[in-house]
Design a protein around this ligand. Structure first.
Ligand SMILES: [Fe+2]
Length: 146
């Protein structure tokens, strides 16, 4: 699965360069860890994790696999995203979830926090990449510094 998009400033228009996007998600069985020797980060976030930095036009892109829901089916399949803006504490935004799939229903939509904009994406099939998921991200409004 390719997960990509643009990071935009809080105005929703201006491309945001040099923003770190960190992603982690379950494997195709809905599990984070893979049972191998685990580092602290692997134990907490699983094996499938990584970060990228946006280019001058705010683009980011991950090449990964499509996650599955937890075996408990407690949540839809999801990709956790965190944003690192220069000089600010990292913060989470709404998970990426897949429209029309298990758990992405009316209740889920009503509960969205809309941090970074909606995380509900429409998957497209691509003969080369498999799944394509596009999610644009709007940065948080920060209180004016004094
Ligand atoms: Fe999770």
């Amino acid at each position: 699965m390719i997960l990509s998009g643009r990071v935009l400033a809080a105005d929703g228009r201006t491309p945001a360069a040099d923003i770190v996007v960190y992603a982690h998600h379950t494997n195709a069985l809905g599990l984070y860890a893979d049972g191998s020797d685990e580092t602290e980060w692997s134990r907490r976030h699983g094996r499938l994790r990584g970060w990228v930095r946006t280019d001058s036009e705010g683009h980011y892109r991950f090449e990964t696999i499509k996650p599955a829901p937890y075996p408990s089916r407690a949540l839809p399949a999801h990709v956790h995203l965190f944003i690192g803006e220069p000089g600010r504490r990292p913060y989470y935004i709404d998970d990426v979830v897949f429209d029309g799939e298990f758990g992405v229903d009316r209740d889920y939509r009503a509960r969205q926090e809309l941090r970074g904009g909606s995380g509900i994406v429409t998957l497209r099939r691509d003969p080369v990449s498999g799944w394509i998921a596009q999610r644009d991200i709007r940065l948080e409004v920060h209180p004016a510094s004094r």
